[in-house]
Design a protein around this ligand. Sequence first.
Ligand code: VG1
Ligand code: CO
Length: 563
Amino acid sequence: YQVKEIQTKPYDGQKPGTSGLRKRVKVFQQQNYTENFIQAILDSIKADGATLVIGGDGRYFSPETVQTILRIGSANGVKKFIVGKDSILSTPAASNVIRKYKADGGILLTASHNPGGPNNDFGIKYNVSNGGPAPEGVTNKIYEATKTIQRYKVIEADPVDLSTIGETTYGPSQVQIIDSVKDYVELLQEIFDFTLIKDFLQNNAESFRVLFDGLHGVTGPYARAILVEKLGLPEGAVQNCVPLPDFGGGHPDPNLTYADSLVKVVEKNNIQFGAASDGDGDRNMIYGKSAFVTPSDSVAIIADWAEVIPYFKKGGVKGLARSMPTSKAIDLVAEKKGLEYFEVPTGWKFFGNLMDAGRLSICGEESFGTGSDHIREKDGLWAIVAWLNILAAANKESPNELIGIKELLNRHYSIYGRSFFSRYDYEEVSSEGANKLVALLNDAIKTSSLANTTHHSTSTGQDYKISSVTSFSYTDPIDESVSSNQGQIVLFDDGSRVVFRLSGTGSAGATVRMYVERYVGPKAGEKELSRDTAEGLKGLIEVALRITNLREFLQRDEPTVIT
Ligand code: VG1
Ligand code: CO
């Protein structure tokens, strides 16, 4: 083999966002664009002698990129590549493989829930040896390297056959193609009580039916292995479970808008337990007949019931956490149980340090991300099986009634109260408009102009008094690193919050997110607590839109998506 040096020039804008570099496929296909970024990653880590895991959600442009990584990685001294068969590894599976085989890191090819195909998105993300997304120190280094890159190295070798499991020599390196699913299934079997779940599902085969929708993302084979092969559910319990490079033309995002294929069948066939996952398998939605679980409630309920899950029963629950915009439902569980809890910026990388330090076990984000310290990524199927485990245990405790999603939610609200929560996304708006919105809020922070002002909602008749407007800044309790400007928070005197953030994962234009939260205590009564989310938040949303002038700045009457 021979190492060749190829001359190149830097590209602008190769800055990794919330979760890696995400751009249109066409951008990655520009000459040397992908090669530059991969070389920049390798220049920022200790590539010589390293073991790297490679895999992704199988989207369009993945197989080519795996070969590019092999050629450049090998030339940079990578000793061993562990690659998911057919370039497939869900994000949680990749995190597990990095940890299990003690790799030095991994390169994940995914743009998560963004559509795939030649005219849509691709992404490259670097994960470190704990299995989690690279911290900002590393991503900044990668970005700096992209700005000065002059050459990249390649070896000349034939492409590796990615479809055959086994180990081969590749130039100076070894390439091991592994089964994408096996290690992950073993991991979940160690965590959950599969026997309990299986018994429950079999004893209630008619009254408690399950439907999982893979949305043609990467989780299909994982879900079939777990739900059908291990838990004994019928074939009909999974749908859209063949991963496709363009996700069948859909938008593989598990929410009420994009997971419409699930919602429709759940409603039509009266299915008690529906669930879906995103393109790369780290997100989840739990949705049963007329019972939607907000991700903020989901993580709170998992935390509340943790002791029925063998993994937590054995290891205990060390601490809880959520991302800043996520509702405070989990805080209430932590307080009641006397557990330490944390509020971190958006993006899973911030949870990793706390987990590595043994201070965090269960955490979540409002963006349909839930997980624990079993790996260092959020984990869609983990959350889904956690719910099945909890429901199976709850039904064992109360054998005379069937406890479904709705019953579990109502029980939770009657103890802890309910945080009504919704997120409005304004996708691909003009950067100029988004900047004006940010500037208005920054000005309100600087001058305190909004503090102590009261705003009337004409639709509900309620008055909302603002107590403060602040910008969220986080100091990592473990390494003391500071991340500032992580979103602006408008806090009201009844504890309600409206948070504004710019997305760090979009591939074109700017995306503004508005998060709205209003808490109602357990004594408010069943009628108040079981209200429709949109109705419970109506007045607050009206006020938030008005005081920020959002519609005018963004030139949008309605958000692109409401979750
Ligand atoms: C979004 C979500 C965030 C999540 C991130 C990655 O980021 O809001 O909570 O961690 O996507 O999710 P942003 O910056 O666009 O708001 V995924 O499933 O890409 O890995
Ligand atoms: Co994802």
